[in-house]
Design a binder for this molecule. Structure first.
Ligand code: RIB
Length: 323
């Protein structure tokens, strides 16, 4: 479904609604991530826009979507940073709420320079206080749209209401169950695309997911709970899909020079939402999203590291998945 004129192309862009978190990312890089009780001298510090919801919105917008964000910010400088960032990225802010009571959330991110891997503490703050009636009025006000993208970083009451409202409005539901948290059984049948990583798939299914075969077992369990299409991201091992016609499909990853994996899942999900909204099939959408994620890990940071459409298209012309 294409719903808005695109002044750049004269054509139209598919509309995507993201309900989720914004938090300010306070990120430090050091030779390694400290273990409990250890202090490590770092080499780099940056404050920037983050939060899984907002990162996915930026990824979808840069990939070519007409994106609307539903979230809640405090009335503080981090909230202003969020607002400016949404506006700069061309993201609709009609339903970005502000709270007088709660501060904008923050994430404390440590990144290893050696591996590019991270550890994160996220404090959702205002975005964890969004109310059910706010998300319902937002979805009402933002349709028509093609895809509703959700994660698990905000309060579950608002996520549950978004699911119900999205289904009622006929939106395709993409649920990225991050950070890992159980989902009550009755909500699975509302999910068109469930996209856990290994850790999240393990939490949701009870199967420890390491290999592609583990992912197949986990995907079957998630299918039996009612999710229509399951896509488990496996880092270097690519992505395992169990689609609504009961086919297992494996999409290999791209090999790149990794400097920071933070936000790679968000890059994937934002681009995947855009590709689905454009009408790509699940495998083509996964390849497109894998390319967006591969580009993002070659850059430092989260939202600022998301790939633009031309970069993704060029990357796909010049690279083949790592078989
Ligand atoms: O997925 C990465 C994001 O998770 C970071 O931007 C951080 O804010 C945490 O929420």
């Amino acid at each position: 479904m294409r719903v808005k004129n695109d002044p750049e192309t004269g054509g139209t862009k598919p509309r995507i609604i993201v309900m989720g978190s914004f938090v300010a990312d306070l990120m430090g890089r050091a030779a390694h991530i400290p273990v409990s009780g250890e202090t490590v001298k770092g080499n780099f510090f940056k404050v920037g826009p983050g939060g899984k919801g907002a990162n996915q919105a930026v990824a979808a917008a840069r990939a070519g979507g007409d994106v609307a964000m539903i979230t809640k910010l405090g009335e503080d400088s981090f909230g202003d940073m969020a607002f400016d960032n949404f506006v700069n990225e061309g993201i609709n802010t009609d339903y970005v709420f502000r709270s007088k009571e709660f501060s904008t959330g923050a994430a404390l991110i440590m990144v290893s320079e050696e591996t590019g891997q991270n550890s994160i503490i996220v404090i959702p703050g205002a975005c964890g206080q969004i109310r059910e009636e706010e998300v319902v009025s937002a979805i009402d006000g933002l349709v028509p749209a093609h895809v509703l993208v959700l994660q698990l970083e905000t309060n579950f009451e608002a996520i549950a209401e978004s699911l119900k409202a999205g289904v009622a409005k006929g939106l395709k539901i993409l649920m990225n169950p991050a950070p890992a948290h159980e989902i009550p059984e009755e909500y699975y049948s509302m999910i068109d695309y469930l996209t856990p990583n290994e850790t999240e798939a393990s939490t949701l299914s009870g199967v420890k997911v390491v290999t592609v075969d583990d992912a197949k077992r986990a995907a079957r369990i998630l299918q039996s709970k009612g999710a229509k299409n399951i896509l488990i991201t496996l880092g270097e091992k690519g992505a395992l899909i169990l689609d609504h016609e009961d086919n297992f499909l494996h999409v290999p990853s791209f090999k790149v020079n990794t400097v920071d994996t933070t936000g790679a899942g968000d890059a994937f999900n934002g681009a995947f939402a855009l590709a689905l909204a454009e009408g790509k099939d699940i495998v083509s959408a996964t390849v497109f999203a894998s390319a967006a994620a591969a580009i993002s890990v070659t850059r430092i940071g989260t939202a600022p590291a998301m790939a633009y459409r031309k970069e993704i298209d060029d990357f796909l012309s010049n690279n083949r998945p790592n078989r």
